[in-house]
Design a binder for this molecule. Structure first.
Ligand code: DQA
Length: 157
């Protein structure tokens, strides 16, 4: 069977407002720009993407639960404000064994103090922040790196 080569990209609340939303923090690129960027960066690396945005915690949890069917080789998630308090998203991430990378467009460590705490990152392999849209490409490289590392470990067993 051919290996799964699809990445699931999840974006949380208010991220559909990119471009209009505090551009001095999040940049002038729109959510459409973000999706185009992700598709093209994934394609360069030989991956397909499914991109999902929701303002609702429950919808994000349901989307992650559906990812249990093994359709994806990795997950990139920007849980937005849910990052800082959603144990439901944390739990949903925890049960997935594919590489999971948390992304933030802004540098959450140089803003209000509540943003420095990420509940959801504790269920992810790595976190990327403060790189704008490029952070999503960085997350793809990290997923590829983790997958290669796991394949090497598997080969040595
Ligand atoms: C964000 C950072 C969060 O603190 C914030 O609530 C967001 C966006 C980011 O991408 O920088 O909505 O996740």
């Amino acid at each position: 069977m051919a290996p799964v080569k699809t990445l699931l990209i999840i974006n949380g609340p208010n991220l559909a407002m990119l471009g209009k939303r505090e551009p001095e923090i999040y940049g002038r690129e729109t959510y459409d720009d973000l999706q185009t960027f992700c598709r093209s960066e994934a394609q360069k690396r030989g991956y397909l993407t499914e991109i999902f945005q929701s303002n609702s915690e429950g919808e994000i949890v349901t989307r992650l639960n559906r990812a249990m069917d093994g359709k994806y080789c990795g997950i990139i998630i920007n849980p937005a404000a849910y990052t800082h308090y959603s144990y439901a998203i944390y739990d949903a991430l925890l049960m997935l064994s594919v590489p999971k990378i948390e992304v933030h467009l802004s540098n959450i460590y140089k803003r209000e103090s509540f943003r420095s705490n990420s509940v959801t990152a504790q269920a992810c392999d790595r976190q990327v922040y403060g790189r704008g849209l490029e952070g999503y490409a960085d997350a793809m490289d990290l997923i590829i790196h983790i997958l290669e590392q796991r394949a090497r470990e598997e080969a040595h067993r």
